[in-house]
Design a protein around this ligand. Structure first.
Ligand SMILES: CC(C)(COP(=O)(O)OP(=O)(O)OC[C@H]1O[C@@H](n2cnc3c(N)ncnc32)[C@H](O)[C@@H]1OP(=O)(O)O)[C@@H](O)C(=O)NCCC(=O)NCCS
Length: 170
């Protein structure tokens, strides 16, 4: 299995994978919008390729934590693996590779709204531990963050400011 940056020729397949995994098109449409926005980081839209076929995708986009100051961070999501290839570690590999690339690019933290039983195994903790709040209503344990550099979220309390595209998705 190979993890690599998306190419233009992958866009349609990424749309289909997300539609299949989420059973709706909202996430696929979100990805298409993010690609045209300021928050898009091309190196952090990754696909998992298995025997030449794309079976998974993950996206990280730039966000801000707005508190006493403004701090740059990344939002993880959407991430998707086609149903027939789930639970084989592909999602985990996409996530770990993404975190490594994010760190190399100089990003210091990542924030996710997601399943409380999934992300902690990769080191995510409740964002509220750092005083970081979500701009929309979400269960406390579903709003998580990870420091890519130790203590990078210390004293970064504030509310996450997502790009407009994210606020339109349900
Ligand atoms: C979440 C997702 C990307 C994980 O991909 P994957 O390749 O199956 O992940 P991995 O094989 O690395 O990990 C599988 C583990 O994740 C767990 N997992 C998957 N979805 C989960 C969920 N909704 N809640 C809790 N745990 C979940 C599985 O139970 C499995 O646990 P196990 O290792 O204890 O058996 C994939 O299940 C998916 O596409 N889901 C639908 C879309 C989605 O919900 N995306 C995440 C929100 S942005």
């Amino acid at each position: 299995m190979k993890i690599r940056q998306e190419q233009k020729s992958d866009h349609q397949k990424i749309y289909e994978i997300n539609k299949l995994a989420f059973n709706q098109e909202n996430e696929s449409i979100l990805i298409e919008k993010v690609r045209f926005g300021d928050s898009f980081v091309p190196e952090l839209s990754l696909v998992a390729e298995l025997d030449g076929e794309i079976v998974g995708h993950i996206l990280f986009s730039k966000i801000k934590i707005v508190g006493k100051g403004e701090y740059e961070s990344l939002a993880l999501g959407p991430m998707a693996v086609v149903p027939k290839h789930q639970k084989k570690g592909i999602g985990g590999k996409l996530l770990i590779t993404g975190l490594e690339i994010a760190k190399k690019l100089g990003f210091e933290s990542v924030i996710v709204v997601g399943h409380k039983d999934y992300y902690p195994r990769f080191g995510f903790e409740k964002a509220s531990s750092w005083g970081i709040k979500c701009p929309f209503e979400v269960p406390d344990e579903a709003f998580m963050a990870i420091e890519l550099i130790e203590y990078s979220l210390k004293n970064k309390a504030g509310t996450v400011q997502y790009p407009g595209e994210f606020m339109e998705v349900e």
